[in-house]
Design a binder for this molecule. Structure first.
Ligand SMILES: C[S@@+](CC[C@H](N)C(=O)[O-])C[C@H]1O[C@@H](n2cnc3c(N)ncnc32)[C@H](O)[C@@H]1O
Length: 361
């Protein structure tokens, strides 16, 4: 059934449609014309853009056009610089300030460990990534600043047992370790190659003395709840999702079309991962669920289904955190108190990032 649908969809596509932006072709120019500048030369995938236009116009209304503008303009994308507290460098901080960077998360947050330092600036552009040097820890990690919100919402304290259920490449694992030293830190990644990437990230940022308290596993996260019931104080479920930013630049039309068709199945996987995370939590423990998509089906709908089907979880209000960072992030209005959706905007091009927090009772 699915194959037939795929063939029918592919038959409707013009040749080379994946790599054509709407403005190209007979007119040759247009709003979405491919941008060329070094590594930022990317082409928008028409199949995905059309699909998003339909879904997100219905779900976000007017907000979609400004989000669309950011997502389709890589030249306005920003990156934040998360400093590594295990490799402090005063010169780096001074140089960031000279270049117009400032701390991203300041006063008012319900949870903000002093050692957690992240710098951002309003103008786009990418700070150079640091090369791996044997025997030397990296000084910083580049990431979308919105990726830090799930970590801050988790509120990890020293000594707690923490599970990062879907951990590769490890950005949020590194961020958790900037906040606290868990008693046990279990980082899991199902995909073999990505699990190796996760291990490399941990080795590049975390000192040997702490690595001993970190366990990396390659399990299907859906089984961890049964394997480790009621073991963890905190669980991060940074789930596989339709990554809106990267999907828009799919270079293979067949892969893009398959992605659109199989998108519906992600909600089921996300639900199963969440259920496993709840099993793995001790009563009184809490979890944070996050995705980097705007899709309601993978965000609020999954959380609502969990809340309606699991009597042992309750929502946790994270609106105070949202208010405290509203200078730097734009959120979708109208969500419930236990959820936030970061909408990228020019000058604060963070997200998409959905965050929800639940507690096991
Ligand atoms: C959004 S990414 C995680 C990003 C990561 N938390 C970070 O901050 O760097 C989701 C990850 O889940 C992994 N994954 C997919 N299915 C999984 C499963 N059944 N169990 C555990 N991990 C899975 C994917 O391979 C992918 O690396």
């Amino acid at each position: 059934m699915r194959l037939r649908a795929l063939r029918a969809l592919l038959a409707l596509l013009p040749r080379g449609a994946a790599g054509r932006t709407p403005g190209q072709g007979s007119r040759g120019t247009g709003q979405l014309e491919s941008k060329t500048k070094g590594k930022l030369q990317k082409q928008i995938c028409r199949v995905i853009l059309d699909h998003f236009d339909k879904q997100y116009t219905a779900e976000l209304g007017n907000a979609w056009s400004s989000v669309r503008d950011v997502l389709t303009s890589p030249l306005c994308w920003q990156h934040s610089i998360l400093l590594n507290r295990f490799s402090p460098c005063t010169e780096l901080e001074n140089s960031l300030c000279v270049q117009g960077y400032h701390p991203a998360f300041q006063g008012g947050l319900p949870y903000l460990p002093a050692a957690f330092k992240c710098y951002i600036r309003r103008s786009p552009g990418r700070f150079p990534a640091q090369k791996h040097q044997a025997g030397k820890l990296k000084e910083y990690y580049l990431l979308n600043a919105a990726s830090l919100l799930p970590v801050l919402a988790l509120e990890v304290k020293d000594g707690e047992n923490v599970l990062d259920l879907c951990a590769a490449p490890g950005g949020k694992s590194v961020a958790i370790l900037q906040c606290a030293c868990p008693g046990q830190f279990h980082c899991n990644e199902y995909d073999d190659l990505r699990a190796r990437w996760l291990e490399e990230t941990i080795e590049s940022f975390i000192p040997q003395s702490l690595i001993n308290s970190i366990m990396v596993s390659k399990l299907d996260g859906r089984h961890i709840g049964d394997l480790k019931p009621e073991l963890y104080d905190k669980v991060l479920v940074d789930t596989p999702c339709s990554n809106d930013r990267s999907w828009l630049f799919s270079s293979d039309i067949h892969q893009a079309t398959l992605r659109v068709i199989q998108r519906k199945e992600l909600s089921c996987l996300q639900f199963q991962l969440l259920r496993s995370a709840i099993k793995a939590l001790r009563p009184g423990g809490s979890l944070v669920y996050s995705t980097c998509t705007l899709s309601k089906a993978e965000n609020s709908d999954v959380i609502n289904l969990i809340l309606n089907s699991c009597s042992n979880v309750m929502p946790v209000d994270i609106s105070e955190m949202g208010r405290a960072v509203s200078q730097e992030f734009t959120f979708l209005d109208g969500l419930q108190q236990h959820e936030l959706l970061v909408l990228p905007e020019r000058g604060r091009a963070w997200g998409p990032m959905y965050v929800a927090k639940l507690k096991k009772i």
